[in-house]
Design a binder for this molecule. Structure first.
Ligand code: SIN
Length: 483
């Protein structure tokens, strides 16, 4: 890996402002060719405990520095991230596999959460409320919740950390984060830059290691952790939520999705095709907001399938470090085999492959960009989160049927639809049981908007002014005997 600044390639846990020596390590692999990139610390519960102690000790001082000071430090961090965008993107493409252009975009996307919350730090306002009698006053203040435990995913190794750490730090909380073991390097590079930006020792701690359940147990059960935030699958999220019950932690969960992407017959077809392509194939289909089921009105079904197939034919797949690549590898063999099984089951049940349909070859983690038609809602490919470059296309007749199909899932993260009729746009938007809805828009994530789901897709919101509330407690002060 060629970096302009080799200091950014860190391999040890970052605890209390220091890089922790360890004799126990594990290998991080490049998903494009399964070659070893480097070895990193294989730390565990004991190191998470150390980090919690450091975060607890740093908490009071960090919570008391002024909003403007917090702002300035966070802005320095943001600027350093942008200054090193190229190196950070290279590290990401090596460990995660996404095309370099997408990695660069993710670094900028992630940095913007730091920039945004640097400003929000200045707006943690209290309130004076009407009192029940003349000798009383009601004040409301907002205070940082305390130490926050975080587990971040491999699909967005940089921006999912900044989307949590940005508001946490701006609110005055300290952080112990455990990045996914597949992609620890992006998080460690961010820690190096955080230190350069002047984030004090103990305020941001990153612990890397393979034993996710052991580390997760400490992060969810430690009495000194007041809040826990997780991005990952619904099944793992449910277990972590249960573990948080013993200490009644405040919890944010950003879990799985089964996003419907509905195309009505009054839509601009070319825009809908473009939107579907962007929504489905971003990050090789490995996002929790990717279009998971494309629902197309029967009157335009064949035309839509034809146009989308022509676009998918042009997608260039390969190692994300090569020029013009749009589809990278899947994260590992297990992910590839899960997707392959869903495709096989669908074709055995009568669905028809329009393009793609199988892994590239026996050894690699590449799965061909795939479109499948004649899919029905009962097939497992329509019921489960695919998390790969495969789009099942389902036909529907009426608006009511489309809404019913879209809502027929335990998930409720993102939904998309394309239509021009304004009445339909409002009707459908209001009836979709989802936390986020894209209307004539296939990619909707940005730091200014509240990201999050309903039903089994999660609890809480990240991004926007809503995001910082997740890291604040409301305190009501009742002043009595006022003469
Ligand atoms: C995710 O897949 O977890 C996040 C995707 C996004 O921020 O758009």
């Amino acid at each position: 890996m060629k970096l302009k600044n080799t200091q950014l390639l860190k391999t040890q846990s970052f605890i209390n402002g220091a890089w922790l020596e360890s004799t126990k390590t594990y290998a991080v692999f490049n998903p494009a060719d399964n070659s070893e990139i480097c070895k990193v610390n294989d730390d565990g519960a004991a190191q998470v405990e150390l980090a919690v102690t450091a975060a607890r000790a740093a908490q009071t001082k960090w919570s008391r520095i002024t909003a403007l000071e917090k702002h300035d430090i966070l802005i320095d961090w943001y600027q350093l991230i942008m200054k090193h965008q190229d190196d950070l993107a290279t590290i990401m493409t090596y460990e995660q596999g996404k095309p370099l252009a997408e990695s660069k975009a993710e670094i900028a996307y992630g940095a913007k959460f730091i920039q945004w919350y640097a400003e929000e730090a200045k707006r943690v306002n209290g309130e004076i409320l009407p009192a029940p009698s003349n000798d009383r006053r009601i004040s409301v203040i907002k205070q940082p919740i305390g130490v926050v435990g975080m587990i971040t995913p491999w699909n967005f190794p940089s921006s999912m950390l900044t989307r949590k750490a940005g508001p946490a730090l701006a609110a005055g909380c300290t952080v112990v984060a455990r990045p996914a073991s597949e992609t620890p390097l992006s998080a460690l590079a961010l820690a190096e830059l955080a230190q350069q930006a002047g984030i004090p020792d103990g305020v941001l701690n990153i612990v890397v290691g393979k034993n996710s359940s052991e580390m997760g147990r400490v992060l969810t059960q430690h009495p000194d952790i007041a809040k826990f935030s997780f991005t990952g699958s619904t099944n793992v999220g449910k277990k972590l939520l249960e573990q948080c019950a013993s200490t009644v932690k405040k919890v944010s969960l950003e879990l799985g999705g089964n996003a419907p992407f509905i195309v009505f017959d009054d839509a601009k077809l070319d825009k809908a095709v473009e939107g579907a392509l962007a929504s489905k194939f971003r990050n090789t289909g490995q996002t929790c907001v990717c279009a998971n089921r494309i629902l197309v009105q029967s009157t335009i079904y064949d035309k839509f399938c034809e146009q989308l197939t022509e676009k998918v034919k042009l997608l260039k797949m390969g190692n994300g470090m090569e020029p013009d690549i749009e589809i990278g590898p899947m994260i590992n063999r297990k992910a590839l085999s899960d997707v392959n099984n869903l495709v096989k089951e669908a074709t055995q049940a009568g669905a028809e492959i329009l393009i793609g349909g199988s892994p590239l070859d026996r050894e690699s983690n590449f799965f061909q960009p795939t479109l499948i038609k004649n899919v029905s809602q009962s097939m497992s490919i329509a019921q489960n989160e695919i998390f790969g470059p495969v789009a099942p296309i389902i036909s529907f007749d009426t608006e009511d049927e489309a809404i019913a199909l879209a809502n027929d899932t335990r998930y409720g993260l993102a939904a998309y639809f394309y239509a021009r009729d304004i009445g339909r746009c409002y009707r459908v938007m209001e009836q979709l049981e989802y936390g986020m809805v894209g209307i004539n828009a296939g990619v909707i994530s940005n730091p200014m908007a509240p990201f999050g789901g309903v039903k089994e897709s999660g609890i809480g919101r990240e991004g926007s002014h809503y995001g910082i509330e997740e890291y604040l407690e409301v305190k009501y002060a009742c002043f009595g005997d006022i003469e």
